[in-house]
Design a protein around this ligand. Structure first.
Ligand code: AMP
Length: 285
């Protein structure tokens, strides 16, 4: 059997447009999978889902500088374009869109999309105040560049999914945002490009994050009080060596704080540092 060939990679808007024009002329639908690369099984699940949704699949790979604060890991973020393109070769991806920062943000660039609503829920935004404007701006640009019919986003970044869904509706972007469930390692740890930062010892402790969410969800579903359950969960994580940014119960759609199970469908969300690595996770109750 011949080896599947790698998808073509576009680095300029001109090359991107040439391919997209061909798809559109043939009346084909397009799904976009936005990523920052360092692809893992979570990303590949988004791609497989995209393939079922649309005739053509474009995967963007761009480590977006504007969503990192100066003290964050922009310069050390893993960049593995060749491996990423190879990993996509068996999945029927039609194009990889890999612009440079200069193509994305040419000289004179001066516009930001600043989301509100779910972007101000007091979760990631409380610890990464620059983050969602960076995400909303780059995702708007990707939507403008690719003009996809569908765009796949992982529930792993639950608040981001809510922000992008809101933005697409508010700005009439005519793209259907498709949520994709979290892909986990066997021991429950959510797959993440940042897991490579974990030492062996940290990696062994990291699944406590998911275990804690499961334990809290079970108690809350069993009518135990929410605040006390989360306080105990936080304490447990701290005892495991995590520095907890938040462990919260929120309304699964609005992300509004929730004090009672009657307030609506509940999503538990957590962010915590183990050593210098910050991990996030979430779970439905
Ligand atoms: P990133 O490259 O980390 O920006 O992620 C790109 C997309 O993949 C985002 O929509 C993420 O939510 C999604 N994603 C990352 N990790 C996972 C995972 N473990 N399960 C599902 N989706 C994921």
């Amino acid at each position: 059997m011949p080896r599947p060939s790698s998808p073509p990679v576009a680095h300029t808007l001109k090359t991107l447009d040439r391919t997209l024009t061909r798809f559109r002329a043939a009346g084909e639908t397009v799904a976009l999978v936005p990523t920052m690369g360092a692809l893992h099984a979570g990303h590949l699940t988004l791609v497989k889902r995209a393939k079922r949704k649309a005739k053509r699949v474009v995967v963007s790979i761009f480590v977006n500088p504007t969503q990192f604060a100066p003290n964050e890991d922009f310069s050390s973020y893993p960049r593995t374009l060749n491996d990423d393109v190879a990993a996509l070769s068996e999945l029927g991806v039609d194009l990889v869109w890999a612009p440079s920062p200069e193509v994305m943000y040419p000289d004179g660039f001066a516009t930001r999309v600043v989301p509100e609503g779910p972007a101000l829920a007091g979760l990631e935004d409380a610890f990464r105040p620059h983050f969602f404007a960076g995400v909303a701006t780059v995702v708007s640009k990707l939507f403008g560049q690719v003009r996809p019919d569908f765009a796949m986003f992982g529930e792993k970044d639950f608040q981001q999914l809510a922000v992008v869904t809101r933005m697409a509706a508010d700005l009439d972007l005519r793209v259907k945002i498709v949520p994709v469930p979290i892909v986990r390692e066997k021991d429950g740890l959510a797959r993440s490009s940042r897991n490579v930062y974990l030492s062996q010892e940290e990696r062994a402790r990291a699944p406590a994050l998911h275990r804690t969410l499961q334990a809290c969800a079970k108690k809350i579903a069993g009518r135990r009080p929410i605040a006390a359950t989360l306080a105990a969960g936080r304490k447990g994580l701290e005892a495991e060596g995590f520095a907890v940014d938040y462990l919260e119960a929120r309304h699964a759609e609005t992300l509004a704080p929730i004090t009672s199970r009657r307030d609506g469908p509940i999503r538990l969300l957590v962010a915590a540092k183990i050593g210098t690595t910050r991990l996030i996770d979430n779970l439905a109750v």
